[in-house]
Design a protein around this ligand. Structure first.
Ligand SMILES: [Mn+2]
Length: 589
């Protein structure tokens, strides 16, 4: 008997879902669960695009900022873009650079080095810009907390326009304009835009205002929007939909070279390609090389140069991947010495500081515990924290403030630095923090191994109609995830281990006279292989792929269990006998 490996969180059955034109009962059930009340709301969501964008003037200071940029353009004043070394920040820089070029200005670019400078504005960088004759600095994806540095810029005779989406820390910087929907006094209807999303809104307004036309602004902003995990709702969804269309048709040599390497079908890139192919490549440059490498690729218009830069970035990406795999292996060994469910602190001075966030993320996901990971930079340790939802990372770092030289972040992620000599004291304090944090006796620590199911489905519904309907709900992302299905009524034909070390499990299943394939990537080796002829319930997502040149569907499986011991068994028994079918008595829901 095979029991489930994870705990399946089944949705409450929905007996009478509303109808949505063009969607069958299963997807209609899903849509009702996601809060769509009527056709109009659903249509607005699915067709999000140009008409769903809000007027940028609704953002506090946006008009002041645009007027100041106009003045700089008219006067031929030197403009600099100050960005960040992650994919959101780098794509925001590229959006501004392309837009300013379209209206006749070649802007200077300044992206700090993760290693040498760290995040945000700095005195030395501002002094360089002032010495180069810059009169106006536009920040993107940073600047809202750079209160002191904005004073430095003023003393150097430069105006600053801050565009950012991070939370202010108390007083706003005294910049000429502060464009940030997280400003407490900003009444912009959509607070979830990323740095690249805000750059797109502002830059598109600038270009339109000057009567110019330029391609690829939404396409590049879509990359940053997805990289920064913006919810796939609201204006971010509209930018991603517009951007995917634009990327498909883009003539920009750098984008074409990047998509050729990072998208499954470069002529039809998807949100998944951006998340798992494009964004990691751009991020790799900022993590272990120079952010400018990725930005120059986004901007490149010459095909020969684009190929060369794309190859170079590809190599950086491969190196970043190898470094991460090796570091996660070591980190897992180090974490094994920390039983329990409390916070963990891990340090290895061999690790590249640019990958500690990735290592912390992998461990926090697999262990469902708060994880702090640090590496050495000179006399200092730089670290990154990720944690489950019951652990407020920024608040927890605040509790260790006395032991840290720098700290910052939000609920789910954060960063810190401290003198190398202070590690033991920090690790001791950190690992003693309670879970949940802040302590709340009514909140249970999140457990590892929960699997939230969106829809329970008899196998008869698995097919192209369902796949097409689910496709129409894309792009998926936070707040609108790819539907996870629990499927029942499948009998095993054969199951076998595949992959170099047998780490994946391939299951061929039968429903009636047809076969249906399932693939479970990364199935632990101690998981039993299902026996032929047994009935299996499976949880996973519906995936299109190609087999011997023919399109086919398969279930990308996250967990499976014998029908008799699966969490669906209880629901099967609850079904009235009048609708019971021998092998398939579970209703959609
Ligand atoms: Mn960002």
């Amino acid at each position: 008997m095979i029991a489930p490996r994870l705990e399946w969180l089944l949705p409450e059955p929905l007996l009478d879902p509303p109808a949505f034109a063009g969607f069958g009962r299963p997807v209609a059930t899903l849509l009702a669960r996601r809060g769509f009340g009527d056709e109009a709301a659903l249509h607005a969501f699915l067709e999000a695009g140009e008409s769903s964008l809000h007027d940028v003037s609704l953002m506090a200071d946006a008009d002041v900022a645009l007027a100041r940029i106009e003045r700089a353009l008219d006067a031929g004043e030197r403009i600099a873009i100050w960005g960040d070394y992650d994919a959101d920040g780098m794509t925001a820089v590229a959006v501004w650079a392309i837009a300013l070029r379209a209206v006749g200005a070649e802007a200077a670019r300044h992206v700090p080095s993760r290693l040498a400078d760290g995040y945000g504005l700095s005195r030395s960088g501002l002094e360089q810009l002032a010495a180069a004759g810059v009169g106006l600095v536009i920040t993107c994806d940073c600047g809202i907390v750079s209160v002191e540095e904005v004073e430095v810029a003023r003393q150097l005779g430069m105006d600053v326009i801050v565009t950012d989406h991070h939370l202010p820390s108390g007083a706003l910087p005294r910049a000429l304009a502060v464009v940030d929907p997280q400003r407490p006094d900003c009444e912009y209807p959509d607070p979830d835009l990323t740095g690249a999303g805000i750059a797109y809104k502002m830059a598109a307004a600038l270009v339109a205002g000057r009567g110019a036309v330029v391609a690829d602004l939404a396409g590049i902003a879509a990359i940053g929007t997805i990289a920064d995990m913006a919810p796939m709702t609201g204006e971010s969804r509209a930018i991603v939909r517009l951007g995917l269309d634009e990327l498909a048709r883009s003539q920009r040599a750098g984008l074409r070279a990047l998509l050729a390497r990072a998208a499954e079908q470069p002529q039809r890139p998807t949100a998944r390609d951006l998340a798992f192919g494009v964004a990691p490549r751009i991020n790799a440059a900022g993590r272990i090389d120079d952010a400018e490498l990725a930005i120059s690729l986004l901007l490149e218009e010459d095909p020969v140069a684009a190929e060369r830069i794309a190859d170079e970035l590809e190599e950086v990406h491969r190196r970043r991947r190898d470094l991460t795999v090796a570091a996660v292996e070591v980190a897992n060994r180090l974490a094994a010495g920390n039983p329990g469910s409390g916070p963990i602190a891990i340090r290895d001075d061999e690790w590249a500081p640019g990958i500690v966030g990735l290592v912390a993320g992998r461990l926090a996901d697999s262990l469902a515990r708060p994880v702090a990971v640090a590496a050495r930079v000179g006399e200092e340790l730089r670290g990154s924290v990720r944690g489950p939802r019951d652990f407020h990372v920024a608040a927890a770092l605040e509790a260790c403030a006395a032991l840290l030289s720098k700290r910052g972040g939000h609920a789910g992620a954060g960063g810190f630095s401290l003198p190398a000599s202070g590690w033991n004291a920090f690790a001791a304090a950190w690992t003693q923090l309670p879970r949940p944090y802040p302590p709340d006796p009514n909140r249970n620590p999140e457990r590892a191994g929960l699997l939230a199911v969106d829809l329970v489905l008899p196998a008869a519904h698995l097919g192209w109609t369902l796949a097409d309907e689910i496709d129409r709900l894309a792009p998926f992302g936070p707040a609108h995830v790819e539907p996870i299905l629990a499927v029942t009524g499948l009998q095993v034909v054969e199951a076998r281990r595949v992959g170099g070390a047998g780490e994946h499990l391939m299951i061929r299943l039968r429903r009636g006279a047809e076969t249906f394939d399932a693939i479970a990537f990364g199935t632990p080796l101690d998981r039993p292989t299902p026996e032929p002829e047994t009935w299996l319930d499976l949880v996973g997502t519906l995936e299109r792929d190609e087999f011997q040149g023919e399109p086919r569907l398969r279930l990308r499986t996250l967990d499976y269990a014998d029908a008799a011991s699966s969490p669906l068994a209880a629901r099967r028994l609850a079904t009235p006998p009048t609708v019971a079918i021998a092998v398939d008595p579970v209703a959609v829901g």
